[in-house]
Design a protein. Structure first.
Lengths: 111, 112
């Protein structure tokens, strides 16, 4: 079953903020939202995660709506090296901490 | 600190031949995952280990796939015999008690 829904692709101009949306309408109260990205020919790389509150680290910010049914990953100043596939994942505690990946959003940063 | 190490990085075999992939997780990480990733798709979980115990192998095609994690550290994923449709990237990941999952570079398998 699909756990998250993301647009298949997005473009962003270099230096601008990239806002990647994710819908997770069936999320439970104790399930976290994780974001990973995968650059071509590499394994997925952790970006950020959150439960209820907005989170920020050196890579990105995560904005979670109050009803927790959607979230947005923000890359504040996109660079060419941010071109990758971005996966929004719900950590399914019910089935023992599995990580289910969808098809992700392919972000292309344009010079 | 070394990350998750997988080998080989690439493997080309003829159909019906056996193949094995090896994963060395991050030291101290009890949870180990094997994922399969087809071209243009997200990773799909094959099996998850907690220490040496396979706690979820429901997505592992057991007629030809097998996995083991002896002593709860390194893990091996085997396919015997390989089929053309097994061509994909096989990813290993590990996770500690209160950490996110870290992924290896993957093994790209091509069955010809």
């Amino acid at each position: 079953d699909a756990k998250t829904t993301q647009p298949p692709s997005m473009d962003c101009a270099e230096g601008r903020a990239a806002n990647l949306p994710c819908n997770h309408s069936t999320i439970s109260g104790n399930e976290y939202v994780y974001w990973y990205r995968q650059i071509h020919s590499q394994g997925p790389q952790y970006i950020i995660h959150g439960l209820k509150n907005n989170e920020t680290n050196e890579m990105a910010s995560l904005i979670i709506t109050e009803d927790r049914k959607s979230s947005t990953l923000i890359l504040p100043h996109a660079t060419l090296r941010d071109t990758a596939v971005y996966y929004c994942i719900v950590r399914v505690v019910r089935t023992g901490n599995q990580f289910y990946f969808g098809t992700g959003t392919s972000l292309t940063v344009i010079p | 600190e070394a990350g998750v190490v997988q080998s080989p990085r690439y493997k080309i075999i003829e159909k019906k031949q056996p193949v094995a992939f090896w994963c060395n997780p991050i030291s101290g990480h009890n949870t180990l995952y094997w994922y399969l990733q087809n071209l243009g798709q997200g990773p799909e979980l094959l099996i998850r280990y907690e220490n040496e115990e396979a706690v979820d192998d429901s997505q592992l095609p057991k007629d030809r796939f097998s996995a083991e994690r002896l002593k709860g550290v390194d893990s091996t994923l085997k396919i015997q015999p390989a089929e053309l449709g097994d061509s994909a990237v096989y990813l290993c990941a590990s996770r500690g008690q209160n950490t996110e999952a870290f992924f290896g570079q993957g093994t790209r398998l091509t069955v010809v």
